[in-house]
Design a protein around this ligand. Structure first.
Ligand SMILES: Nc1ncnc2c1ncn2[C@@H]1O[C@H](COP(=O)(O)OP(=O)(O)OP(=O)(O)O)[C@@H](O)[C@H]1O
Length: 240
């Protein structure tokens, strides 16, 4: 039997005196898009922090049948992660930041080659942000920075991609484009995408699943007009 791409078994995670994820179990059988939704503070980022080894957890996470290590370094081959806030403390050109997405294929002191830069240029072109290529990253607007991080994530090309509100600062046009882009990662590259979002209406055209962490016992539900609208209504009310 083929291994499922992702299986979460009885995951428990949270902080010192506050368990936020209680006995979460679900299975993603094949490469899929999974929208993680829920009220502010319901534990969405906490869930991704557990998967990325930033906080300890109980339970099991299996990726393609293998237990995901709990150490950040060892996880890097399997998954890429775009946090909600990602600061860069030094002035770096956009093209240089994007090419770093290939770090998994490099040894410590390796230089990036012209073929690597060609790949970086290609994803910048794909995201329609080639004009930002030689700009200093820290001078860009919040939305432009978000698109640059997405370009870097594309170069990482891991089986599992975790994104924490990747469309938060984007305009209406770019929000739609980024949701289309995530759908194409699933379809064309067979990647599994877990995306935290509050943009429920943008989920309507997509195929995949929805996981509402505001629910007392969250489960994967197929994305459809009915499920999205039902959850939108739930989220319009206070956290139970
Ligand atoms: N390091 C920490 N120590 C203690 N509590 C924390 C820590 N980080 C987050 N929390 C708390 O855990 C709860 C869940 O936080 P989390 O960031 O997972 O929520 P979220 O669902 O992603 O919310 P949002 O939609 O606002 O991004 C919040 O109440 C938050 O204050």
């Amino acid at each position: 039997m083929k291994d499922s791409v992702l299986e979460i078994k009885e995951l428990v995670a949270g902080y010192a005196e506050r368990v936020l994820i209680r006995n979460l179990s679900f299975l993603v059988p094949e490469p899929s898009f999974v929208a993680i939704i829920g009220h502010n503070g319901s534990g969405k980022s906490t869930f991704l922090k557990a998967l990325t080894g930033q906080i300890p957890y109980q339970g099991q996470v299996l990726v393609q049948g293998q237990r995901l290590p709990q150490r950040t370094g060892a996880i890097a081959k399997t998954l890429s992660y775009l946090p909600q806030k990602n600061n860069v403390a030094f002035p770096v050109l956009v093209r240089e930041l994007v090419v770093m997405g290939l770090f998994r294929h490099k040894k410590l002191l390796d230089h990036y080659t012209s073929a690597d830069y060609a790949q970086a240029d290609s994803v910048l072109h794909h995201l329609q942000i080639s004009h930002l290529s030689n700009r200093t990253f820290t001078d860009l607007s919040g939305g432009e920075q978000q698109l640059v991080w997405l370009a870097q994530l594309m170069l990482q090309n891991t089986p599992l991609v975790l994104l924490d509100e990747p469309t938060q600062q984007l305009d209406v046009y770019h929000k739609k484009r980024v949701f289309d882009l995530m759908a194409s990662w699933v379809k064309k590259q067979q990647q599994t995408v877990l995306c935290i979002t509050h943009d429920l209406l943008n989920l309507l055209p997509l195929q995949g699943y929805l996981l509402n962490l505001s629910h007392p016992q969250p489960t994967l539900e197929p994305l459809s007009l009915e499920t999205v609208l039902a959850h939108q209504q739930l989220l319009e009310n206070p956290l139970p």
